[in-house]
Write a protein that binds this ligand. Structure first.
Ligand SMILES: C[S@@+](CC[C@H](N)C(=O)[O-])C[C@H]1O[C@@H](n2cnc3c(N)ncnc32)[C@H](O)[C@@H]1O
Length: 192
């Protein structure tokens, strides 16, 4: 299972704040592009992929949203924002993931805790960064977790927390998060 963690400092955490203009919902337009790149290929959905998203915008942050491709997730490219809205409306503050629709769950959990828990599970966690080791030099085991920042990268407290995590790069240019996902998928497709 390939896993991604997308951290958004700005994505809103209440369903009623999501209206027509997704940019005004804390750059949910970018989040939707990331989701599409993680799960969709031409005429099909990728298998064996899990996406963790941490929304750290107000008013109910942090929210940890999980989407997983193997569980008949009811997602289409047109309804991505609608699905997020539904998940945020149904979120509760109690501990533990709540499955809202098949393959889509949500809970209140911080970015740090999500990363630490995956690390404790024995996953190989990497931070995507233009300054990292070339992805082509990485030996892919199939249990990797790739952390990606939002339009502004990571705030200072998160950067400090991420200091000890190995960095990998997909190339010399700084790309959109969704482009990084596409390249990463492609590099792994070529290796496996
Ligand atoms: C739009 S970029 C962030 C740009 C932000 N101004 C910065 O410098 O961090 C979004 C995320 O994509 C990832 N990223 C962008 N270019 C990359 C590259 N060449 N290799 C690996 N990851 C990259 C990083 O995780 C980054 O936080």
């Amino acid at each position: 299972m390939k896993e991604f963690i997308y951290y958004s400092k700005t994505a809103v955490t209440a369903g009623n704040l999501i209206k027509d203009d997704l940019k005004k919902a804390g750059r949910l337009d970018i989040v939707c592009n990331v989701i599409i790149s993680v799960f969709f290929i031409s005429n099909a959905m990728r298998e064996d992929v899990r996406l963790h998203m941490i929304f750290d915008g107000g008013p109910n942050n942090p929210r940890h949203l999980v989407m997983e491709s193997n569980k008949e997730m009811p997602i289409s490219k047109k309804n991505v924002a609608g699905l997020i809205k539904r998940m945020l409306y149904k979120a509760k503050d109690e501990d533990g993931l709540r499955e809202i629709v098949p393959g889509c769950s949500i809970e209140k959990k911080s970015f740090e805790k999500v990363v630490m828990d995956l690390d404790k599970e024995g996953k190989d966690v990497y931070l995507l960064s233009g300054k990292g080791k070339d992805i082509r030099e990485l030996k892919i085991k199939g249990n990797e977790v790739f952390i990606i920042g939002d339009q502004d990268g990571f705030p200072n407290d998160k950067k400090k927390f991420l200091k000890k995590i190995d960095k990998v790069s997909v190339g010399p240019k700084i790309l959109f998060a969704s482009q990084v996902v596409t390249i990463l998928h492609n590099e792994i497709d070529r290796k496996l």
